[in-house]
Design a protein around this ligand. Structure first.
Ligand code: VGL
Ligand code: ZN
Length: 214
């Protein structure tokens, strides 16, 4: 794909939140390493949208809310299979806050997702029931965005699902590999890259987008 960033491009910064950082409730290995990369990238984009995983304490994705289960096991819910997670990103807690080092003052929209107690939402576009929309596609279209560049955490869950749904919503999409880190549960990272490639999502690195920029 053409990697010159212009006015029709948006950087989508996914879930750069304390609970996904080393030491956090659902730590992504080396998750903090994405912060400086994202800060550099963001300066090249006129459009930047942030997301926050934003769960009620009673959320269906928490193992603690299903007797006899453990984090990282899978359960079948009415909308399909669901990985059960440690309690994370509970609304308005310090763990749900954006990483303090994130420096993206020109981002105007923050999408909070996973707020319905009975439905998860890895994707910034569409909840796990695959029907409830977040409104992000409409926002991007109203601003004339044609291409969505995805960064953040975690590559194999919220980043991958968001990039796939950006494609499905009619945008061109890319994942910026070095601006993401993965959880990698039972081959989930390899599967995510396979699914992304099959869907026509480009795989790029930040240096491709920053050529000639300070
Ligand atoms: C995420 C698992 C649960 C993510 C969010 O941001 O990738 N993963 N909730
Ligand atoms: Zn979550």
């Amino acid at each position: 794909m053409n990697t010159t960033i212009g006015p029709d491009d948006c950087l989508l910064v996914i879930d750069v939140q304390n609970d996904f950082m080393p030491g956090g409730a659902l730590a992504v290995p080396n998750g903090d390493e994405v912060v400086p990369v994202i800060n550099r990238l963001a300066r090249a984009f006129g459009h930047v949208v942030l997301t926050q995983d934003w769960h009620p304490a009673a959320h269906v994705s928490f193992a603690a809310n299903h007797a006899g289960t453990q984090p990282f096991q899978s359960l079948t819910l009415p909308y399909g299979p669901q990985v059960l997670w440690p309690v994370h990103c509970v609304q308005d807690t310090p763990g749900a806050a954006l990483h303090a080092g994130l420096n993206v003052p020109h981002a105007r929209l923050v999408i909070r997702k996973g707020h319905h107690a009975d439905v998860d939402s890895y994707s910034a576009f569409l909840e796990a029931d695959r029907t409830t929309r977040t409104g992000l596609a409409g926002y991007l279209r109203e601003h004339g965005v044609k291409r969505v560049f995805c960064a953040g955490l975690a590559t194999d869950y919220c980043v991958a699902w968001s990039a796939l749904d950006a494609r499905a919503a009619g945008f061109e999409a890319a994942v910026i590999e070095d601006a993401c880190r993965a959880i990698d549960l039972e081959g989930s990272l390899a599967k995510a890259w396979q699914d992304l490639r099959a869907a026509g999502v480009a795989r790029v690195v930040s240096a491709d987008l920053l050529q000639g920029k300070g």
